[in-house]
Design a protein. Structure first.
Length: 464
């Protein structure tokens, strides 16, 4: 049986309860019997899904939303110190718990798999959650994205496995004590929290050091940052390290990845035997994510052939190359990619799926700090598209940085030979794209902000 409610979380209040990470913890606590409450900036399907579980969800932030008898207040790193509910918690001496500490407490007593990396965490965690569920193991899981619809980013299962997306952005993944940890890659990102790759390596080393004695690190043998991390932790006592990838040095070697439209066939050499299975999403990077999931499951003792077959039932997660629909012979797909590496991977996958058709991209930069540091590389990635529309920067939690605009990306894209157009009014994008698109084209909306809202609107304009 899965554990019950952690101490002091019988009546938790979540500030920002609709967030991907926060809502998952809230769901699990509600299913374990806690009296969950919280607030979010706006109404959403996630808020409705939580209410259906018995949670109280307020829209907007106000001191009055925090009940006097709340046992704790749960926050993420995005919550500012002047939030009225956080101020009220201090006045009432209600303990404040970071999201990562809450998640760590939910994993206590279970066999935890923590999935880390600069890119690919959500997809890999989702693949494991789907495959383990398909095998009847009834895992608990917490994912940074929805598998199918609002409320599907977490589950309270009765099995003894907990799969969690482990976020490095604020170092919160250092709170977990997994039996198996996956490191997909390590790159410089989240520039507000990391000043250098050395700081990234230090953070990941701390994460790896929390793996329980006798546990396993599953790590890429291909990506340079992951290879360097492996070198640094190689001598840790009582740690099993299993590398995977296309490199000849990999312990689990990817022998072949064969694209088949919007799917791939993958053959790996595992424990001296070849194993072939289907990945039902396109792109080499998703195939490698599936291999990482396979290796992690095997580390827990799950038969490889069973797990490989179950991984084939994964058909994607919301916003990860998610097909939004088709109209007038044009397919519209949504991508969460916002870092140049992610952008390049998704664009290459779509380039392959498009074959001889055109690939049109609507890109919305995410964060001023990320654009300042990586804007040139973002622009260069857009050169993989036949034509791109670039929106203004989505600020999320950040204040503007003087002189940093999407023009930095547009200039770099043009220098790389890209056909790119700046659009400052997001509301005009559906009409612009409908005027550009021809039957057979693929349209990709890309970014971590509200660019995702444009997919249905583009389809409506194409239909009309």
């Amino acid at each position: 049986m899965a554990p019950g409610i952690p101490a002091a979380m019988e009546r938790p209040h979540f500030i920002g309860i609709g967030g991907a990470g926060m809502s998952g913890i809230a769901q699990i606590l509600a299913r374990r019997g806690a009296k969950v409450a919280g607030s979010d900036a706006k109404e959403s399907g996630t808020a409705e899904a939580l209410r259906a579980l018995g949670a109280t969800v307020h829209i907007g932030h106000a001191a009055a939303h925090l009940a006097d008898d709340a046992s704790c207040v749960i926050v993420s790193s995005a919550i500012r110190a002047d939030n009225p509910e956080l101020v009220r918690a201090a006045e009432l001496s209600i303990p404040v718990v970071h999201r990562s500490d809450a998640l760590a407490s939910l994993m206590q007593g279970l066999r935890a798999i923590a999935v880390a990396g600069t890119h690919g965490k959500t997809t890999t965690t989702s693949m494991l959650a789907v495959a383990l569920s398909e095998l009847g193991l009834d895992p608990s899981y917490a994912i940074g994205g929805d598998l199918a619809g609002p409320g599907t980013n977490a589950r309270h299962g009765e099995g003894d496995i907990f799969v969690a997306e482990a976020d490095e952005s604020d170092r919160s993944f250092q709170k977990y004590d997994p039996e198996v940890a996956i490191v997909l890659n390590a790159e410089l990102d989240h520039h507000a929290n990391y000043a250098s790759m050395e700081e990234i390596y230090d953070s990941f080393e701390t994460f790896v050091g929390k793996i329980v004695p006798g546990g396993t690190l599953v790590v890429s043998a291909d990506q340079s940052g992951a290879v360097e991390l492996t070198r640094r932790v190689r001598d840790l006592a009582s740690l099993n390290i299993v590398t995977y990838g296309e490199s000849e040095s990999a312990d689990v070697r990817v022998h072949k990845i064969t694209p088949r439209g919007l799917t791939s066939e993958v053959t790996v050499l595992l424990n001296g035997k070849y194993l072939t299975f289907t990945v039902s999403v396109p792109g080499r990077h998703y195939a490698l994510n599936a291999v990482a999931a396979l290796v992690a499951g095997v580390a827990l003792g799950i038969p490889a052939h069973n797990l490989a077959s179950a991984l084939g039932t994964y058909t994607g997660v919301k916003r990860r190359l998610q097909l939004k629909g088709e109209a007038a012979g044009v397919q519209v797909i949504d991508s969460y990619a916002h870092h140049p590496t992610e952008m390049t991977a998704d664009l290459e996958a779509m380039r392959g799926a498009a074959a001889d058709s055109r690939l049109l991209v609507v890109f919305q930069p995410h964060l001023f700090s990320r654009t300042q540091e990586l804007g040139t590389e973002m622009g260069q990635a857009l050169a993989l598209a036949d034509a791109s529309v670039v929106l203004d920067i989505y600020p999320a939690r950040e204040d503007p940085i003087p002189g940093i605009t999407s023009a930095l990306i547009i200039d770099a894209a043009k220098a790389a030979g890209a056909d790119v157009t700046a659009v400052h009014d997001k509301a005009t994008v559906p009409e612009v794209i409908a005027g550009m698109a021809k039957p057979g084209d693929l349209v990709l909306t890309m970014g971590a902000g509200d660019v995702t809202d444009l997919g249905p609107q583009i389809l409506d304009h194409l239909s009309s």
